[in-house]
Design a protein around this ligand. Structure first.
Ligand code: ASP
Length: 325
């Protein structure tokens, strides 16, 4: 059964347009997204699974200094780092996730190791780090993730009394103080299987111990071959409250909505109803793609093997969230 046309979709966070619209950084973001898509497409073209393709893409997104996951992760209010990641296999509904890790270089790989071990789904803190070490993953000192730009961001967030802000290490087209920096990937492989992977440093100035939506299966990450694979980015608390990623799949499964309608309903209705800002990327079992967001922009891109990648930052659905209830 190798008749599906593979596709890979990635995101590098959502946010607000920078005040300096002439920022030359935009081209660098497009180039970085395109390179990462090309690597993932090569994996799919070689017969790689959806799980492998999202792993390749998130590995590169985590290591890319333009995106806030891995090196360049944001600071908590205690000037520490706490990284989260989750992976889900749509074929089997197996999943793995880590939360609040500070010493694992590539949290996306740790999530995969948790899934492959099969005993647990979500591991946190020191136990998750010990697990990663036991499974031979590369460990680093916590300051590996620190950058001066992130420290400046923490100072600004503290001065403004803000908790839910994120920024990127380098200047870019999305406002550094109002961009959500999670990275993620979803894919369909030629056997018709789906996978989703999300990795994040969380939010600047978050309290130590705070866990967002990214590592929570059903909130920030979900995949089910019968419906779709989803990876979210935005104000994590709202995504948790509406079980955003699973809600897309549920609307398709129970409500008969197609992917575009289901994804739009979550991003334009369900999330704004609880003050949620951000977006998601999604691919369904037929290879259709949706990438809605309710912020000014979202770094994103799509590739199908044999075709040039397409990347975007702005455009698409822009809608101001309704007041929180
Ligand atoms: N959703 C992430 C969180 O709440 C943040 C992000 O998307 O940048 O931790």
């Amino acid at each position: 059964m190798s008749d599906h046309r593979p596709v890979l979709v990635i995101h590098g966070g959502a946010g607000t347009i920078a005040q300096n619209q002439d920022d030359p950084g935009e081209a660098r973001y497009h180039a970085a997204l395109a390179d990462i898509l090309a690597a993932g497409a090569a994996c799919l073209a070689d017969g790689g699974s959806a799980l492998d393709a999202v792993s390749v893409a998130v590995d590169l997104l985590e290591e890319c200094p333009l995106f806030n996951a891995g090196h360049g992760a944001v600071f908590t209010s205690a000037e520490t780092h706490e990284l989260d990641a989750a992976l889900m296999d749509g074929a089997t509904l197996r999943a793995g996730a880590v939360a609040g890790v500070a010493r694992v270089r590539r949290p996306g790989r740790a999530a995969r190791a948790v899934m492959e071990a099969g005993e647990h789904v979500l591991m946190a803190g020191a136990g998750a780090e010990a697990f990663a070490r036991q499974h031979g993953l590369e460990m680093v000192e916590p300051d590996f993730f620190s950058t001066e730009a992130r420290r400046d961001q923490l100072r600004r967030a503290r001065a403004a009394g803000q908790v839910a802000l994120d920024h990127d290490a380098a200047s870019g087209p999305l406002d550094e103080t109002r961009k959500f920096g999670t990275v993620g990937a979803v894919a369909l492989d030629r056997d018709g299987h789906l996978a989703a992977l999300t990795s994040t440093g969380g939010m600047t100035n978050k309290r130590p111990g705070r866990i967002g939506d990214s590592p929570l299966i059903g909130a920030g990450t979900y995949a089910d071959d019968r419906t779709a694979a989803i990876s979210c980015t935005g104000t994590g608390e709202a995504f948790i409250r509406v079980a955003a990623a699973h809600d897309v799949c549920a609307r398709m499964a129970y409500g008969g909505q197609d992917l575009a309608a289901a994804a739009r309903a979550v991003v334009e209705d369900a999330l704004p109803a609880v003050g949620g800002r951000g977006g998601l990327i999604a691919v369904d079992a037929r290879g259709r793609v949706a990438m809605p967001f309710n912020t000014e922009g979202m770094y994103r891109g799509v590739v199908r093997p044999g075709e040039a990648p397409t990347t975007a930052i702005f455009g698409e659905s822009r809608r101001v969230p309704a007041p929180a209830r």
